[in-house]
Design a protein around this ligand. Structure first.
Ligand code: HEM
Length: 488
């Protein structure tokens, strides 16, 4: 059955295919691998078949898919052009407001990328650094931690989420968001609306729209979140357009102004109104949720591994003692801080899989371990997944994969940071995310010692099981991270 489509590879056979829209809404069980199987069953599935590339098939939805945890297969595949499209799982949830850089293929994709590329420049990263350092101070004052020596935070998650949203707002859209911004009287704040939309966008694809009109509070909140987010994005765009038409346009090439110019037909590349809103949504979601969720994991891990935290603090001290303060040009010397973020991202990759739909037959060489005559054939219509969770826990590339060992990333080239994918469609925001993460963690670790907050009678091992357990949705992250800050 469908053996050819599956390149005769053994693997998971279930009622619903993993990661298909309906199965994503249901819990992971043997009949429905759903969204969490990559985490819950990690390498068990691959080791059961002794393979690094396996197939999956849903009997009810009949969807043939192939998953790989092989870096060689992934690199070869992602360097190919034009023989596959972005996978529908991710594109349909990110296309809610219109086609954008993430969802498009071929020449449409390259048009979007050429419009936005200039915004991802050293000037922008320097701005991210400066705004990040300023925002950290605003956060200390806003949360009233600046006069305290000991702070108990029940969950770091909303803090990192707010931090990352304000940074993308200020540095990507020139929007003067502040730490003290309160929710509008009617509707929801941008962060609240974005959080609900991100959490429910998969459900929104399969559950009919009229359900959300029923007089049930949770459903009405979802409806309000969508209308509020729509209104926020329109205000964001309109205020930039007003600045441009009042001649107040700042010369800075932030992503919003570049899109605006393209939308007004200035320059050789253009963008429709729908694409402008589609890309605004994409930047708000991709530009904050991924970084925030990885920062949650990094804070949790550093709080758990206090010896590694001390090593990072020593590195910071050395940088501070020579230059007096830490500034943007010091980033190359902050190897250990960056490595902690990358290691958190290896253990908890916010983008858990890179998905593609095959449009033309592809023959890929496979690793010896795959034992399939050295090749797999991907037929048109097959879904192909680079399983970043499986790859990141593959001992062939990451020995003792369950261990938090940031030193794996000392001196790694940006192109080898698998968490941001590989090849031409590598994450455009990778340096943006790294700069933001380094400034956040550096500021926090410079001033505070982080410790985990245990429940009464709980051990660190139990805490690990409770907190550092992935939650899956549009992105993957950890549970609520309770942390104690003690002033250094
Ligand atoms: C820890 C943080 C981040 C992680 C782990 C991450 C991961 C990824 C991955 C794996 C992809 C490739 C997806 C695919 O090809 O299917 C991607 C693409 C993308 N990311 Fe990120 N990302 C992060 C931060 C950011 C930030 C901060 C921004 C924007 C400011 C951003 C914007 C994008 C965009 C627009 C794309 C689509 C690029 C294209 O297709 O040309 N990401 N990201």
């Amino acid at each position: 059955f469908k053996k050819n489509k599956l390149s005769h590879l053994p693997g998971l056979r279930s009622m619903l295919a993993p990661m298909a829209p309906w199965s994503s809404l249901l819990p992971t069980t043997f009949w429905n691998p759903g969204l969490s199987w990559q985490w819950n069953w990690r390498n068990q599935v691959y080791s059961k078949f002794g393979l690094q590339t396996i197939s999956t098939l849903g009997f009810l939805d009949g969807r043939p898919s192939i998953f790989t945890i092989s870096l060689d297969v992934a690199s070869e595949f992602l360097s190919l052009k034009g023989r596959y499209h972005k996978g529908e799982e991710t594109t349909s949830v990110l296309r809610l407001w219109g086609g954008n850089l993430f969802t498009e293929n071929g020449s449409e994709w390259s048009r979007h990328r050429r419009i936005m590329n200039p915004a991802f420049s050293p000037e922008t990263y320097a701005l991210v650094w400066d705004e990040g350092a300023k925002l950290y101070q605003e956060m200390m004052e806003g949360e009233r931690w600046d006069d305290e020596n000991d702070v108990l935070i029940s969950a770091i998650n909303p803090i990192t989420s707010k931090f990352a949203l304000i940074i993308i707002g200020r540095c990507g859209f020139g929007e003067p968001l502040s730490w003290r911004t309160t929710a509008p009287e009617s509707g929801m704040s941008l962060s609240e609306a974005l959080a609900i939309v991100s959490a429910t966008s998969i459900a929104r694809m399969v559950i009919p729209w009229w359900i959300y009109k029923l007089p049930i509070k949770r459903l009405r909140d979802i409806e309000t979140a969508y209308t509020s987010l729509d209104a926020h994005m329109k205000v964001l765009i309109a205020s930039r357009q007003e600045e441009v038409s009042n001649g107040k346009e700042i010369e800075r090439k932030d992503v919003c102004r570049l899109m605006m110019r393209a939308n007004e037909g200035q320059g050789t590349l253009s963008m429709t109104d729908e694409e402008l809103v589609g890309n605004t949504y994409l930047m708000l979601v991709a530009g904050h949720d991924t970084t925030a969720r990885t920062l949650d994991a990094a804070v949790g891990l550093l709080a758990l591994y206090e010896d590694i935290q001390e090593e990072v603090h020593d590195e910071l001290q050395a940088v501070i003692s020579t230059s007096g303060k830490i500034d943007f040009k010091d980033i190359p010397r902050l190897v250990k801080v960056q490595a902690c973020f990358l290691e958190a991202s290896r253990l908890f990759p916010a983008a858990s899989a890179v998905t593609r739909t095959i449009t033309e037959t592809i023959v890929l060489k496979t690793d010896e371990e795959d034992g399939h005559g050295g090749q797999i054939i991907l037929e048109p219509g097959t879904m192909f997944f680079i399983d970043l969770v499986g790859l990141h826990y593959n001992p062939k590339y990451f020995p003792d994969p369950e261990e938090f060992r940031p030193s794996r990333w000392y001196g790694t080239a940006e192109s080898d940071m698998t968490t941001f994918s590989l090849g031409p469609r590598i994450c455009i925001g990778r340096r943006f995310a790294l700069t933001e993460a380094v400034v956040f963690l550096t500021s926090l670790l410079r001033d505070w010692r982080l410790q985990i907050v245990l429940d009464p009678g709980e051990t660190k091992e139990q805490w690990r099981g409770r907190v550092l357990k992935a939650t899956t949705g549009l992105t993957l992250g950890v549970g609520k991270v309770p942390v104690r800050l003690t002033r250094r």
